[in-house]
Design a protein. Structure first.
Length: 634
């Protein structure tokens, strides 16, 4: 069947048996690709039948289909002419792991971060109505994504709007880990309702919302006692806020799915279709361990075992250290926004369940919750990925920083993260946090420094940001360079090596790069001074100035955007101090969104790899210009 699926709408030619066969083949196809390239597996296996039914009943791209988060859009990509391209999934230059409008007309809205789909769908539907056009707008949102505040804000708005939109609630009882919260408990009650069958549809509200035929049918139904009984709908949240609720329906039964979607087309106003699916469906190993196979690197299909050796990473060091600190200090709490495994907090949860809080996909709430805790004397550690802090920016400013509350905000996945691409690259956190008064911003050069920074943060009683990258340290580098005792002093940089020709200032992960650059420069007879800035804020102006005045040439290396980071801060020093005859080169990522690819490929493309940096530094050695330069390729 998969051979017959080459263009959008090829699916529409298939009968039910053929579609069921196609579902099997799509599962095998996705399993093979994800086992080789890595990617989001379990969520995609769970939506195969749902996606087939959606593409059967609706006419994409005339009808608009928005995938919340978008990590479950692989089947959609296959059905919309990208079957072959899916083999390049998440590879540099290949197809993206999330919907991209520039990739296909069928992707009508970019996603990547959770809980945006209902807002976007409502916006599109309202624009459609203003233009007096006719098409369906459908948001597909998981029960996990529904825990995000934005989704609830959008439901609230849509519910009373009378606007025709369809919200498909893909309920698999899982976020990345088991879904949590009161809403999940409420969904639990709905799940136990009798599954929707075409023959059993007789709900008053649905009928009333079908124009022309609705009211007369209700009247007829009301004549029979049995019918009246059927017309009683349980009081429930979705109906109460204005949605017509359809379901629950078996999300792996194409026929029933098609029936309910067809019915939804007749309903006026906002409609919510509750679809029950199984995460990992069809691949037993993932069905049993959906959290492990939510997102995965390459793995062996037979055994499910990862093809990459597991090494310690920053998240693990963070998690282990947090447990150690919490053993000594009972005020320490830990907060995650649905990412306890990704951020390394599982161990803390096991050891201190009373001090651990998974709040759902709710970064804003996580941060304000931490502010409240800190106000009352707790010492909360919040760990959120860099790109997801974008959600909680106002809470960092308004709730934490203005009140100088001692919340320790750990920024995981800072810098280039690789294959998840532009929505997930941790490029902006240094720039946006640097603007915020009262924050101390630090970044460890290696595992040991992360441990020390966490310990220091507990003592500080101030709002603190600690940013660190995806993956681990380069142990080879630290084997040869880790001789000094780490002593963290606020606003104090560390001089790693003295030199007379050029100053290299780096921060966090890029200190490793600076050390490698130095090794190459040494071979070329260039004697570099290397400074580990440690703090972006407060920046150690004194140490940096002293070095600049000596070498007159300065290079900064950071894994963030070129705007408002370490390089910018040093430019400000040079200008403020009216320094003359200084040459500065800033190595950072350009002012654009960085696509997907491996970290190495992206570093090379944007001139941030060791070789490119060395080449540029050699040029500085040759040209002694008097102006301040700042470059970033891309
Ligand atoms: C703002 C934000 N926070 C966290 C994430 C990380 N994340 C990606 S998918 C996911 C779980 C989504 O669960 P659900 O919506 O139920 O979809 P499922 O994977 O179960 O199909 C999370 C937490 C994100 N993408 N965006």
């Amino acid at each position: 069947m998969l051979e017959k699926i080459n263009k959008p709408n090829d699916l529409k030619k298939l009968n039910l048996d053929e579609k069921e066969k196609l579902a099997e083949e799509i599962r095998e196809y996705i399993l093979k690709i994800v086992s080789e390239n890595g990617g989001h597996l379990a969520s995609n296996l769970g939506v195969v039948e749902l996606t087939i039914a959606l593409h059967t009943i609706f006419d994409i791209p005339h009808d608009k289909l928005i995938w919340d988060v978008g990590h479950q859009s692989y089947v959609h990509k296959i059905l919309t002419g990208r079957k072959e391209e899916l083999k390049t999934l998440r590879k540099f230059g290949g197809i993206a792991g999330f919907p991209k409008t520039k990739e296909s007309e069928a992707d009508c809205f970019n996603t990547g971060h959770s809980s945006t789909s209902i807002s976007a769908a409502l916006g599109m539907a309202r624009a459609r109505d203003i233009k007096k056009e006719k098409n369906s707008v459908i948001a597909v949102i998981g029960d996990g994504a529904l825990t995000g505040g934005m989704a609830l804000e959008a439901l609230n708005d849509a519910g009373c709007s009378q606007t025709d939109i369809k919200v498909i609630l893909n309920d698999n009882e899982m976020s990345i880990s088991k879904n949590i919260g009161g809403l999940n408990r409420f969904l639990g009650k709905l799940r136990t309702k009798k599954l929707y069958k075409k023959s059993s549809i007789s709900l008053k509200n649905i009928l009333l919302k079908i124009p022309l035929v609705g009211k007369p049918i209700v009247k007829i139904c009301q004549r029979s006692k049995r019918a009246i009984k059927q017309l009683v709908i349980p009081k429930m949240y979705f109906e109460d806020i204005g949605f017509c609720y359809l379901g629950p329906v078996d999300g792996h039964n194409i026929k029933e799915l098609e029936n309910i979607l067809k019915l939804s087309k007749q309903v006026k106003g906002p409609v919510l279709i509750h679809v029950l699916t199984k995460k990992g469906k069809g691949y037993e190993i993932a069905e049993k361990n959906p959290d492990r196979y939510h997102a995965t690197g390459p793995f062996n299909i037979k055994t499910g075992k990862s093809k990459q050796a597991k090494k310690a990473d920053y998240s693990k060091i963070f998690g282990d250290t947090l447990v150690e600190l919490a053993e000594q200090n009972e005020k320490i709490t830990a907060i995650t926004a649905a990412m306890k495994d990704g951020t390394g907090m599982r161990k803390f949860q096991e050891k201190f369940p009373d001090r651990f809080f998974d709040v759902g996909i709710a970064e804003q709430h996580a941060l304000c919750l931490a502010a409240g805790m800190a106000k009352e004397g707790a010492i909360p550690f919040v760990s959120i990925y860099s790109s997801f802090y974008q959600r909680g920016y106002d809470q960092v400013i308004h709730d934490i920083a203005t009140q100088k509350l001692p919340v320790i905000m750990c920024v995981d996945r800072a810098g280039i993260v690789g294959a998840d691409g532009e929505t997930h690259q941790g490029m902006l956190d240094m720039a946006f946090f640097r603007l915020v008064p009262n924050l101390i911003i630090m970044a460890p050069k290696n595992f040991q420094e992360l441990r020390k920074m966490m310990k220091k943060a507990v003592e500080l009683k101030r709002p603190v940001i600690i940013r660190y990258p995806r993956g681990g340290e380069n142990s080879e580098v630290w084997k040869n360079n880790n001789t000094k005792k780490i002593n963290i002093e606020i606003g104090k940089a560390e001089k790693i090596k003295s030199g007379k020709d050029i100053t290299i200032v780096a921060i966090g992960k890029t200190v490793e790069k600076a050390i490698k650059v130095n090794e190459k420069l040494k071979e070329k007879g260039i004697d570099a001074e290397i400074i580990n800035a440690r703090f972006l804020k407060p920046l150690d102006k004194k140490t940096i100035l002293k070095s600049i005045n000596k070498t007159k040439r300065i290079v900064t290396i950071e894994d963030g955007t070129i705007i408002n980071g370490l390089g910018s801060a040093i430019k400000e020093i040079i200008v403020d101090e009216k320094l003359k005859n200084i040459e500065l080169k800033v190595f950072a990522y350009p002012d654009k969104f960085i696509e997907h690819g491996s970290v190495e490929e992206l570093e090379k493309k944007y001139g941030q790899d060791v070789e490119s940096i060395v080449k540029e530094i050699e040029k500085i050695g040759k040209t002694r210009r008097q102006n301040v330069l700042s470059t970033s390729r891309g």
